[in-house]
Write a protein that binds this ligand. Sequence first.
Ligand SMILES: Cc1ncc(C[n+]2csc(CCO)c2C)c(N)n1
Length: 230
Amino acid sequence: MNSQLPSYGATFDAWRLGAPNEWAAYTRHAFVQGLGDGTLPRAAFVHYLVQDYVFLVHFSRAWSLGVVKSETLAEMKTCASTVDALVNHEMALHVKTCAAEGISEAELFAATEATENIAYTRYVMDAGLQGDFLDLMAALMPCVMGYGEIGLSLAAQAETSPYRDWINTYADPEYQAVCTNAGAMLDGAVAHRLGAKPQNSPRWAQLQARFTKATALEVGFWQMGLDGAS
Ligand SMILES: Cc1ncc(C[n+]2csc(CCO)c2C)c(N)n1
C-alpha cells in the first residue's frame, strides 16, 4: 500500500483530510483489496460492473448538470469533456468486460438498480439541483479522485492481479491527469465563488458535509458489490 497520498489540488486535499474515516473506508475497502490481490470473486466483480454501468449513466447526467450550472468556460469545458469521456469511453470498458461474461449492452442499460446505487447517484443529482456548481462538485469529487488514488495504490499489484485492466485504467498517467485537471478546475471554481480564503466561508462546512456523504455512499457501493453477488 502506497502510504503517500497523491495531491489533486488544495480544495480536494482539504476535503479528503476532513473525512478521514470515510475516506479510508472507501479507498481501503475489502473490495479494493480483493481487486489488488486477486481474491475478489469474479461474480462480485461482474455484479459491480453491471451496477456501475447504470451508475455511469446517472453520473453522465450529473456531469451534464455541471454544464448547466457552470459560470465559466473552463468549468463548462471540464464538465462537457467528462460527459464525453464517460459516455463514449469509460462505459466501453464495462461493455467489453461484460460481453466476455455473456452480458449484452442492452441488458446492462436495463439492469435493475441496487438501492445503494440509487442512493448514491440521486444524492449527487439532488446536490446539483438543490445547490450550485460547488455543491455538485463536492458530491462528484470522491468518485473521480478516489478511483485515481485507488488505482495508484494498487498499481504495484497490477501485474499479478486478474483485475489488471481495471487497475491500469485508473493508475494510468492519462487518468491521473484527469484527476489533476479536475482538481485545478475545482480550485478555480472555489476561488471564483468563495474568494481566496474559502475555509472562512459559511459554505465550507456544508460543502465538506456533501463530500463526506458522497464518500460514505462510495463505501456502500463497494459493499453492495461484495454482498449482491452472493
Ligand atoms: C461507484 C463508482 N465510483 C467511481 C467511479 C469512477 N468514475 C466514475 S465517473 C468517472 C469519470 C469522471 O467522473 C470515474 C473515474 C465509478 N466508475 N464507479
